[in-house]
Design a protein around this ligand. Sequence first.
Ligand code: ATP
Ligand code: MG
Ligand code: FE
Length: 329
Amino acid sequence: ITILAVETSCDETAVSIVRNGREVLSNSVNSQIESHKRFGGVVPEVASRHHVENITTVIDNALMEADVSMKEIDAIAVTEGPGLIGALLVGINAAKALALSHHKPLIPVHHIAGHIYANHIIEPLKFPLLALIVSGGHTELVIMKNHLQFEVIGETRDDAVGEAYDKVARTIHLPYPGGPHVDRLAAEGQDNLKFPRPILDGYDFSFSGLKSAVINTLHNKQQKGEDIVPEDVAASFQASVVDVLSQKTFEALEHYKIKELIVCGGVAANNGLRTRLTQMCKDSNINLHIPPLHLCTDNAAMIGAAAYFYYMNNVRAELNLNGKSTLDL
Ligand code: ATP
Ligand code: MG
Ligand code: FE
């Protein structure tokens, strides 16, 4: 089964051709980061416009790189949500046009399912598993006991981790997206600013308090004329984030007696988080899976991987499919 998958939920225009859920024949991504940089974040209207400009080229590139024709495609998959509505609609309309004109079934895919299935490309998923999804828009803990069976046990009540990283980065004048810069500085600083570790009951997260603590600390230091060491701000913030994420993840692994851990989303690139989880998993015999970076950030290969299972389960969308800014897994 060969699937052409489209992903436009945020600021990446992405199209991929995936065979049988694992074999990536092409993975074409057009990132808009440069266009959003000067605004310090993704501007939805700008994102939609870029998707419109790029989508046909990205589709053509994906087919060309895979060296397949539309005849050889069995189905068209597309991210249905969650995401920026105007951005989603561009991908959905492109997918509908392809499905209609080439008489192919249309498969709606949940964006977070895609992030989890990115791992399936590297190594077949083993159940039961716990997935920690950490990205610019999401922070979630999801249990899967079988294919396409998702149980969300925890999520953020306010900011996503990546969003908190980007906001903290801005306060210490780092360019957007700030996550990688904070990560880099953190390695050179000390965890000496005593930021809070926001631990909630259950498995939910909250990062807006931590973000405010960072801003308040900087503000107070400025008023007192004290030096601000960006490396220490980064190290202290990252230490708090890594403590909270790893603690909750391991509580869940123990409570549900799960031995497979998947980490995905852009923040899975974080060195502090990777180091901590690697160590903890080694100590407690947990198998840790983190896909390579190009499959961690938004891409369409992950949508094609998940779509294979939706396809096999006879999940189909009609041509009146709509984008959904929020959507339950
Ligand atoms: P969505 O939330 O819908 O998946 P997104 O585009 O916001 O979409 P990703 O592309 O998965 O999310 O990830 C981008 C986020 O990851 C940004 O917030 C970025 O700062 C963060 N990020 C990337 N590398 C690192 C890193 N090394 N450390 C911390 N954060 C990082
Ligand atoms: Mg992105
Ligand atoms: Fe994403």
